[in-house]
Design a protein around this ligand. Sequence first.
Ligand SMILES: [Zn+2]
Length: 460
Amino acid sequence: MSNVLIKNAKAIISCNETDDLYWDTDILIKDGLIVEIGKNINQDGIEVINGKGKFVYPGLINTHHHFFQTFVRNLLKVDYVNLSVVDWLKEVYSIFKIIDEDVIYYSSLTAMADLVKHGCTTAFDHQYCYTKNSGKFLVDRQMEAAGKLGIRYHAGRGANTLPESEGSTICNEMLESTDEFLSDCDRLIKKYHDDSPLSMQQIVIAPCQPINSYKETFIESANLARSKKVNLHTHLGEGENEIMVEKYGKRTLEWCQDIGFVGSDVWFAHGWELTNNEIKTLGQVKSGVSHCPGPAVLGGYPILDMKRFEKEGAIISLGCDGSATNDGSSLLDTLRMGYLMQAYNSKARGGSVTPYEMLKMATVNGAKTLGRDKLGSLEIGKAADLFMIDTEKLELLGALHDPKNIISRVGVTGNVWLTMVNGKTVYKDGILTGINENEIVIAGQKVFNNSIKGKSSIFN
Ligand SMILES: [Zn+2]
């Protein structure tokens, strides 16, 4: 791991418990850890990064995504904005079911590169697209992609086990048995899961959603996760409650509580439909929610009451969500969109979270959600995961006096200047250091043309 000295950063936004902000300060990094933050640090023989004119932030943490959907975006013929969810699913599955291993590899590289270029250093992905075409080695290909880019990667191994004939909204081509699913989880945990403090690879057991799998799948997922000490994830409160009440006589969160699918090792995507009592319950059981502003806006879903989450001690983190319901993978964009949504409702709700609080959701809360003690803030003893923005740009003039709030309030629309993971620069000055971007673009376009566009009439 690298030793690096960042010299004279214009501002360091720590996101630590006392919200310290340092002006014109250095950061010394050894073996991937921050060992000193102060002025006039000198250290011979190590890489020096000139921080003049740069703001430094903790790396962003993305807690919900579906990378494979990056090759199923900007598709107005199958528009999430206008179609009902059921109609949208019917159309979009016609593409999901032709996805193969190469599509997974290149779409994952595409999404992760977009994340890295916008300051993300740790990403979770919910990969549930397993078909006859895809085979089983999809998380393996994602691990390969993440390794090349140098991003920390938490892979959610998803699945759907309930057939359409028993009420599933997922097409039968995407079905797996519970045994198939869990034996692959077991294989992946053995092969990749690393729970050391600076781990680059983790596995999460993530059955896709309660309405599309058997109850047994969820119970056995929780059993396996607890025995292997890995986390659990699923979708919740995104429009399925009515179906759950009809089928089980209870809403999704209560159903999850009954089967033990809650706790500090579990987090849920979305939570748009949560009642005030359910938000209170989440605070009590310590399960987090990944808020994904992109699909909430595009799908016209309710805006989360973040102040209430805060009051109840329920942890909210941020996610881009899959590109079929968002289109982009920039968490910077997500931060600003999330903040604007809160502001939109602030008068009715008696106040909004601040832009800086929103930033802490994407850093501190993301780390808590994924159970990563060493991530989420810039302080001594924490991992050197960070991003830097160049402030010497005309579009930021007049906004630089408040580095904590600028990201979510003003918005940083382009790529960041630098992204670092574990003290290693993975992106700088427009260059992804781990891959040849031009070659990947050409190879990825070929795969998109042959495996997706050439096989579906939706693109023509
Ligand atoms: Zn999702």
